[in-house]
Design a protein. Structure first.
Length: 105
């Protein structure tokens, strides 16, 4: 059960990043089928390899396992961009976010 959740989360995060399993495998310095084998349940990464996967995805291990956050990669990208804004710009973004949250679905 845990393995299935891990596999689904890895595939989802990889797809959000917009990379193929082959591309990610090679970027991690692995055989071109490495990520594909993980996603097919044929192998499981070591702890060190898991940390490399998180680093590649630019998320923390906590974010990897936090299924309550469906898009941690985008959230991290947004947070990085927000740090470049001044106080007035941040207030504007905050107002937009609050407006989006209260919009009828």
């Amino acid at each position: 059960m845990f393995e299935d959740s891990f596999i689904k989360r890895l595939a989802s995060l990889r797809e959000q990043k917009g990379v193929s399993a082959r591309e990610m495998s090679l970027a991690l310095g692995q055989n071109e089928s490495y990520i594909n084998r993980i996603e097919n349940g044929k192998t499981f990464p070591s702890l060190q390899a898991f940390f490399y996967i998180c680093e590649y995805l630019q998320i923390s291990p906590k974010e990897f396992f936090d299924e309550g956050s469906p898009s941690p990669i985008k959230v991290a990208q947004i947070a990085a961009e927000l740090q470049k804004l001044d106080e007035v710009q941040l207030d504007t973004i905050l107002a937009v976010i609050r407006g989006l949250q209260h919009r009828p679905g």
